[in-house]
Design a protein around this ligand. Structure first.
Ligand code: AMP
Ligand code: MG
Length: 338
């Protein structure tokens, strides 16, 4: 299949791809998504095939506004509308009870569905023009880091999807926050662009799923099916080094092997001369780390590094999402520099 390259102005062409059951690479403010008509089982099935995604890992349904929630969801709690009023359009996915209209292929047979209203203007224009709920996961091959540019997505999906719309680099850079509103208290399943602190300010108590901060044990059943899979991982093993930035950088410098690469804060690049280095922004700027982290992880797949050492922001604000993605990329192989 030849993958058509569309620009941000070709909204009608993009919507036509969705309407005829095709696969579309879509820019969102979080990461690029792999979208299809969420009411068409066949189209949704092709998303799983293109990504090599396990069938039991459900997708998110993207809608243009909160007033569409009732079409696809039932027993919607008042909190959903409060959250939508505060954070939509934006990087927040709410888990709600689904109506029978939503195909099993989207929800992996679950009684719930993930709903999101994205903020990217091009994505919004496509959703409006297609007039369909768009089912989409991130646009990477299953297991790889999520794509934050059209070029990154084409690296994985060229020839496997009908078209991709280039909407520029993603402003947030990590996937949406997922909050399960079918539980009490609501449960954070994935940290993302909307922070835990912001959710707590609206909802009061929020439970944080254990899978956000640690590796699930062999006998544990994850709440979100996606949590059990290896994620975001480059080919070389990753070691995350926590601790004060300067200490962590010195720790890496002491332990680094000749053939190793580094993901570090901008300030510490000179410490690693002679090694492949991906700076992810100044130490104090976790929003920039979020924008750069996936691209940094991807970069090393084009090198022959033996190991990747990674600095990591504190797990507060959007730093929680960055830390979660790096920890997962490392298979929770984390050391602390004291
Ligand atoms: P991705 O953004 O590529 O990670 O794909 C969508 C994410 O949403 C996956 O992590 C899914 O496990 C999660 N998800 C989608 N629907 C549900 C649901 N009904 N319950 C829990 N998690 C969900
Ligand atoms: Mg994904």
């Amino acid at each position: 299949m030849q993958t058509l390259r569309l620009n941000a102005g070709q909204v009608e062409e993009a919507a036509a791809v969705l309407r005829r059951g095709g696969l579309l690479g879509i820019p969102t403010e979080t990461v690029y998504g792999l979208g299809a008509n969420g009411l068409d089982e066949g189209a949704v099935g092709r998303i799983f095939a293109a990504k090599g995604r396990p069938q039991d890992n459900p997708l998110i349904l993207h809608i243009p506004s909160a007033d569409r929630l009732e079409r696809y969801c039932r027993d919607i709690p008042a909190a959903a509308y409060v959250l939508a009023g505060r954070f939509w359009p934006g990087p927040l996915t709410m888990i709600l009870r689904r109506k029978p209209l939503v195909p099993d292929a989207v929800t992996a047979g679950l009684d719930t569905v993930g709903m999101r209203c994205p903020a990217h203007p091009v994505c919004r224009a496509i959703l409006a023009a297609a007039d369909l709920p768009v089912a989409a996961p991130s646009g990477n091959t299953s297991g790889r880091p999520s794509p934050t540019t059209a070029a990154d997505m084409l690296e994985d999906m060229d020839g496997k999807i009908d078209a991709i719309v280039d909407g520029g680099p993603c402003a947030v850079g990590v996937e949406s926050t997922i909050i399960d509103l079918t539980e009490r208290p609501p449960r954070l399943l994935r940290p993302g662009g909307v922070t835990l602190e912001e959710l707590e300010a609206v909802l009061g108590e929020v439970a944080v799923d254990p899978a956000v901060t640690r590796l699930m044990g062999a006998g544990e059943k994850p709440r979100a099916p996606g949590m059990k899979y290896r994620h975001y991982a480059p080919k070389a093993p990753v070691t995350v080094v926590k601790g004060a930035p300067a200490q962590a950088a010195r720790y890496i410098r002491r332990h680094i092997g000749d053939a190793d690469g580094v993901i570090c804060f901008n300030e510490f690049v000179p410490l690693f001369e002679g090694h492949p280095v991906e700076p992810i922004g100044p130490a104090g700027d976790p929003a920039e780390h979020a924008r750069r982290v996936f691209d940094a992880l991807r970069y090393f797949d084009g090198t022959d590094v033996q190991r990747i050492w990674a600095q990591c922001p504190d797990p507060v604000g959007i730093g929680l999402a960055v830390s979660n993605r790096l920890n997962k990329a490392a298979g929770f192989h984390i050391v602390r520099a004291e």
